[in-house]
Ligand binder design. Structure first.
Ligand code: NAP
Ligand code: MG
Length: 515
């Protein structure tokens, strides 16, 4: 019997021993900065002439690692190897495949602070955010292992006496896994291990800003004994090899998490059958968000304000679930805004490895420029009431920013900014607030703060998002507890960390034998 799934606990950094342990892991990671990482295709480590350097967003000139870059020729090789390996991997028993995940989860748990330290350095996460990212990666592996154990069992069917009928969930084939940089361990590991435990082989193209964390994960999969060729690691620019991987006739499915625009492009390219292609490609796409917190007039205003601040500025707003719109009933608008502004002004921003600051940088120069542009747009569309300026020069720091009195159709209320910026919008009443909440093309997360049961019930029906929360923040979904994924332009609602997720990586085969 398998032990029941339980979420990996978060580390309490107020305990001095935990702090010391984490600092030791950071020191160890420091001593390994700037090393080189190779591609891995069929177990072969391949170094290329073309390399990309990954930098620490808290300290722009600190090189985290130097990573070999796949070109189309190597992408081709990775797909060919994945296709060959599929012929053996698909015959490995489901329970045997899950055991690789349990082993990998155990290995990651053993060196969890090191993984988190890499996250701090390469993605600019705070200690606590990095720890949550690592915990989620462990959770995904434990959870999907158990899901596969279940899917591999005899499935309930209506049995008839004259036939032996069996339904099995068989794998699809070669999957291209394209994760984002903002949960560079959890989402990358979750997408990859879900695909492989279901019996597929993988070509993993990590995000270009966080390839070293992915390389560390690959080292761990090798240590766990995952056979060569099951996961092939091809770091490279999405623009350069992305289309090639997606369009390839041997690609059976694409598992993508990232922005709306890239997701839509992949959807279009994947839909067109290529010469020699025998299937319709499947796309699992989790995309952007423009997430709202609605505050009703009778809500607990302190609770609502703290949730807005935490959801908007944790990891500098770089979560797909981050609150970027606060929609507040006119009767309590001034009070909630004042509380959030007061809290926001206390937030500190700086080199996050030191664990002295609330939050760190945005991921890179491109993100920095984009967010600063939106701050200029915000000054036209609303009233700047907190932040709006850059932080210390050595990293891509932007102070947590609040705009008040933004109109419901303003760009700041409609477009994903993916940075520490929240817009406040005044609603006439609760119904109006819900209408505003639903007025974007996205539908990922949302929260409602209210003590009015009828209003909560109405929101339950009408607030059209994949993950809806009442009287709590809209970030921080837990594997198995809050299956995660969104509606509309937020993607295909594949519900990562949920009981249906693995079905997306399989197809069901019915065999009926007359007795
Ligand atoms: P992104 O720019 O869309 O990139 C995501 C991945 O796609 C990266 O690995 C990227 O590679 C790759 N890519 C870029 N162009 C490609 C192409 N033409 N073909 C194939 N792959 C291509 O997104 P991001 O900036 O990394 O992540 C932030 C976005 O992800 C936000 O919109 C956020 O809301 C969303 N997100 C959604 C969820 C969810 O569950 N719904 C979770 C997390 C994040 P390069 O790095 O080499 O460009
Ligand atoms: Mg990007």
């Amino acid at each position: 019997m398998q032990v029941e799934f339980k979420n990996e606990p978060f580390v309490n950094f107020n305990v001095p021993e935990n702090k010391e342990d984490f600092q030791r892991a950071l020191d160890k990671v420091e001593s390994q900065l700037g090393e080189e990482y190779a591609l891995i295709i069929g177990g072969e480590h391949i170094t290329t002439e073309k390399k990309s350097k990954s930098y620490n967003p808290s300290q722009k000139d600190e090189c985290i690692g130097i990573v070999s870059q796949a070109d189309q020729e190597l992408a081709e090789k990775a797909i060919q190897v994945a296709a060959e390996t599929f012929e053996t991997w698909k015959h490995v028993a489901p329970q045997a495949r899950s055991r690789y995940l349990y082993k990998a989860a155990a290995l990651m748990r053993r060196s969890k602070h090191e993984f988190s330290a890499w996250l701090v350095k390469e993605s600019g996460k705070s200690w606590a955010e990095a720890d949550a990212d690592t915990a989620e990666a462990i959770d995904f592996m434990e959870y999907y292992g158990r899901q596969m154990d279940q899917l591999g069992q005899r499935q309930p069917l209506t049995r008839i006496p004259t036939e032996d009928n069996e339904l099995t969930y068989v794998p699809l084939g070669v999957g291209i896994v394209i994760p984002p940089w903002n949960f560079p361990l959890a989402i990358m590991a979750g997408m990859t291990t879900a695909a492989l435990v279901a019996g597929n082989t993988v070509v993993l193209k990590p995000a270009s800003t966080t390839p070293v964390i992915a390389a560390k994960f690959m080292e761990m999969l090798e240590e766990a004994g995952v056979p060569a060729g099951v996961v092939n690691f091809v770091p490279g620019s999405g623009a350069e090899i992305g289309d090639y991987l997606v369009e390839h006739p041997l690609t059976r499915f694409i598992s993508f998490t990232g922005s709306r625009d890239v997701g839509l492009r992949i959807n279009e390219l994947a839909a067109k059958p290529r010469k020699g292609q025998k299937w319709m490609k499947r796309l699992i796409a989790e995309m952007g968000g423009k997430d709202s917190i609605v505050v009703d007039k009778d809500a607990d205003l302190d609770l609502a304000a703290s949730a807005i601040t935490a959801s908007a500025f944790g990891f500098s707003g770089q979560k797909c679930s981050a609150c970027s719109r606060a929609i507040v009933h006119q009767e309590v608008y001034d009070e909630v805004l004042a509380k959030v502004v007061e809290q926001t002004k206390k937030l500190t921003v700086g080199n996050i490895a030191k664990n002295e600051f609330y939050t760190g940088p945005v991921i890179d120069e491109k993100a920095y420029n984009k967010v600063m542009e939106y701050i200029e747009i915000g000054k036209e569309e609303g009233k700047l009431v907190a932040g709006g300026v850059k932080g210390p020069e050595e990293g891509y720091f932007i102070m947590p920013t609040v705009f008040a009195d933004v109109k419901e159709d303003a760009r700041l209320m409609q477009e994903e900014i993916f940075g520490p910026v929240v817009a406040f919008c005044k609603a006439d009443d609760f119904d109006h607030a819900l209408t505003i909440a639903n007025n974007t093309e996205y539908g990922l997360t949302g929260s409602v703060f209210s003590r009015n049961r009828a209003h909560l019930e109405k929101a339950r029906e009408e607030f059209h998002v994949g993950n809806l929360y009442f009287n709590r923040k809209c970030t921080g979904a837990l594997v198995g507890v809050h299956p995660f994924g969104g509606f509309n332009m937020s993607g295909t609602d594949s519900k990562a960390g949920g009981p249906d997720y693995l079905l997306l990586f399989t197809q069901a085969k019915l065999v009926s034998e007359l007795l």
